[in-house]
Design a protein around this ligand. Structure first.
Ligand code: HSE
Length: 438
């Protein structure tokens, strides 16, 4: 049998990991596929920098067309990241009949539908295991091993940068800005960490997961996305007092023909296994109607874990090619014609418990005014804490209220009313609580 010839577009840190893995584990791959998987061409604008791996300079090119137009290359790996030129390159490769392997969650979340349609027309596969959770094999599990299930929910911790920051804030009582700086100094956080800390990276991953679990196209802009930049040391401290941890969760649920898809800081009880997922680790939990709850845990980023997922996809494609199977599976696991357009539930309609942190003057009637407004909007109080003044009697005090389940629309109305009161000194902070994620 002939070797499988592959073209790589984008030779950065992850690309170097792929080169290393294909070299170091060539025997493992050959024992599983029956042939070699050979990088025939690598395209990048920079073909001279040292990436820490030895590459024959003859396979390097700045002209990506040398990959598109090479009839021997059957699979193209896209590792440029971002939207353009990644999208044009992927579409061009598909047009030329190449299977695609990509780690680009941003591209898939926003332009996946165009790419999947093009792949269906040309009868090629698009594989993207590395796009969610780095080396954690959750997408293949959803599409293959768990394919017999209807999924009710999929949720988890999908961004190592945010989880590292929240873990240190929880364990050390440190502040957000201080930990972010440390994470950048250690190279855990990107020099521009905006997509990570604002929750956008997590929302990209959720879009991919929700599409796979529920067989639906997703309007990425309809995913509610809130990052961790406004989480304060006080929030972490009060969450602890009530027996919770704060995590940046991506939450996907299917209910009555609608999908919930949201990313936000979430308080989860200590007994939830996700509460113990710390540092840069990721964990994804999902529930199928026959399998029940399943949880995946591991390194969600990094050169080696991500290369593991990419080469795993290559091996899957190599097996299909060797078997002459052509296009074995549509990108979402569902037949293209079975993919639907489920609506995303508006945030005002979601139901959750909440921790509300008021900053109020310590005067007679304050609690009454807050409780009155909550009651008027049908929000029931489960418990509350008020901290005593440390020094100055006229300084605001934090009043923290845990609610029973309420509609988010009611919470928003009540808080906009309460925040108008003279006795309230700052915009009220609130964090959603998920006690029963299954
Ligand atoms: N920057 C991401 C993280 C990894 O911090 O987990 C790539 O999605």
């Amino acid at each position: 049998m002939n070797d499988i010839k592959v073209g790589l577009i984008g030779f950065g840190n992850i690309g170097a990991g792929v080169v290393k893995l294909l070299r170091d584990n060539a025997d493992v791959i050959r024992n599983k596929v029956g042939t070699g998987i050979v990088l025939k061409r690598i395209a990048d604008l920079d073909i001279t920098s040292d990436r820490g791996v030895a590459v024959d300079s003859l396979i390097m090119t700045t002209d990506v067309n040398e990959i598109f137009n090479d009839p021997e290359i059957s699979v193209v790996i896209e590792l440029i990241g971002g939207y353009e030129p990644a999208k044009s390159f992927v579409l061009k490769a598909i047009e030329n009949g190449k299977h695609i392997v990509t780690a680009n969650k941003a591209l898939l979340a926003l332009h996946g539908n165009d790419i999947y349609s093009a792949a269906a027309r040309k009868g090629v596969e698009v594989q993207f295991e590395a796009s969610v959770g780095g080396g954690i094999p959750v997408l293949t599990a959803i599409k293959s091993n768990l394919a017999a299930n209807r999924f009710g929910s999929v949720f988890g911790i999908m961004n190592g940068t945010c989880n590292y920051i929240l873990t240190r804030m929880t364990q050390e009582g440190a502040d957000f800005a201080e930990v972010l700086q440390a994470a950048q100094d250690l190279g855990y956080a990107e020099p521009d960490p905006t997509f990570d800390i604002e929750g956008v990276d997590t929302a990209h991953k959720l879009a991919v997961l929700v599409s796979l679990c529920f067989g639906t196209r997703i309007d990425f802009n309809a995913i509610y996305t809130e990052g961790i930049t406004s989480i304060s040391g006080l929030d972490v401290k009060f969450a602890k007092e009530f027996g919770y941890r704060i995590k940046l969760l991506a939450i996907g649920k299917f209910c009555d023909g609608q999908v919930e898809a949201r990313v936000h800081p979430t308080m989860i009880p200590l007994h939830n296994p996700l509460a113990d997922v710390n540092g840069v680790f990721n964990a994804i939990r999902l529930t199928g109607d026959f399998v029940g709850p399943v949880m995946f845990y591991g390194r969600g980023a990094g050169q080696n874990p991500t290369a593991s997922a990419i080469v795993g996809d290559l091996i899957g494609l190599a097996r299909s090619i060797q078997a002459g199977a052509g296009r074995r599976m549509a990108p979402l696991g569902f037949l293209d014609a079975s993919v639907t357009d489920l609506p995303i539930k508006p945030m005002a309609e979601i139901v959750s418990k909440y921790m509300l942190r008021f900053s109020a003057l310590d005067k007679p009637g304050v609690l009454g005014a807050i409780a009155g407004s909550l009651g008027k909007h049908g929000i029931s109080i489960e418990s509350m804490v008020q901290t005593a003044h440390e020094a100055d009697d006229s300084a605001p005090v934090p009043i923290v209220i845990m609610t029973h389940e309420a509609r988010e629309g009611s919470i928003q109305l009540a808080l906009s009313e309460i925040d108008q009161l003279d006795i309230i000194c700052q915009k009220t902070a609130f964090i959603r609580i998920e006690d029963n994620l299954e």
